[in-house]
Design a protein around this ligand. Structure first.
Ligand code: ZN
Length: 241
């Protein structure tokens, strides 16, 4: 948030609008919709991913489950997975046609894997604690209250885009229920369409998705990413544990 160059501003902070195409979408610069810089959104998301995972690991440990020491991840797999998350989220953000979403959305999508720190570097109990609906609720509510509904819509879409293409099974109802369920392929496709539409709404406002050309772009990128998800088995199976 910047009030630079406006020495007369004393009341509510005012975001400094950038020229169209060079920063935040003008219609979402109002404090009512997005009250922070994109970097602040990214830091908040990653911080919450770490904090929620740490809190759940601590709770499980306090309740008597044994902590297991971390083991370093395989570099090849980690890099491969990171590239997959960044590339797929970049594609999903293309219909939004706003430059800031082309880097923010992939980094937010990748940010969910902050919970890899537990089990890879730090001790854990069950691991993968953020790959759960509880984290979606927490990150959505906190982001909405701190940074507004557009930021909340964006981080929620980033979470769903990530889990849609993760493959494998995760404890979606954790930490209350530790059973793991896979996401069916049709849900993955539906989530890709939904998240591409959500990012477009976040970037351009609800009226943008009324246009058939925008829907054509949304469906095209969703189908391309879904085809990659089906075709490349390496990406679809190795991170569920
Ligand atoms: Zn993941």
């Amino acid at each position: 948030m910047s009030t630079e160059g406006n020495p007369s501003s004393k009341g509510a902070p005012v975001l400094t609008a950038e020229p169209p195409g060079q920063g935040w979408p003008a219609e979402h610069l109002s404090p009512a919709t997005w009250r922070a810089s994109p970097l602040a959104t990214l830091v908040l998301y990653a911080g919450l991913a770490f904090a929620v995972a740490a809190a759940i690991v601590a709770l499980e440990w306090a309740l008597g489950d044994p902590l297991v020491p971390g083991s370093p991840p395989g570099t090849d797999r980690s890099v491969e997975d990171a590239v997959w998350h960044l590339a797929s989220a970049f594609a999903i953000a293309l219909p939004a046609r706003r430059r800031v979403f082309l880097w923010l959305f992939p980094l937010l999508a990748l940010g969910l894997d902050v919970d890899h720190l537990f089990g890879a570097v730090l001790p854990t109990v069950t691991g993968r604690t953020d790959h759960a609906l509880l984290f979606l609720v927490v990150v959505g509510a906190v982001t909405w209250s701190v940074q507004g509904r557009t930021a909340a819509l964006t981080v929620g879409a980033a979470f769903l885009e990530h889990v849609a293409i993760d493959g494998g099974s995760f404890p979606w109802l954790g930490p209350f229920v530790t059973d793991r369920w896979p996401i069916p392929a049709w849900v993955t496709l539906a989530l890709l369409v939904l998240t591409a539409a959500a990012v477009t709404v976040a970037a351009r406002g609800p009226s943008a998705i009324a246009r058939p050309t925008v829907w054509a772009a949304i469906l095209t990128v969703a189908i391309i990413v879904f085809a990659a998800f089906l075709i490349i088995p390496t990406y679809a199976s190795f991170l569920s544990s």
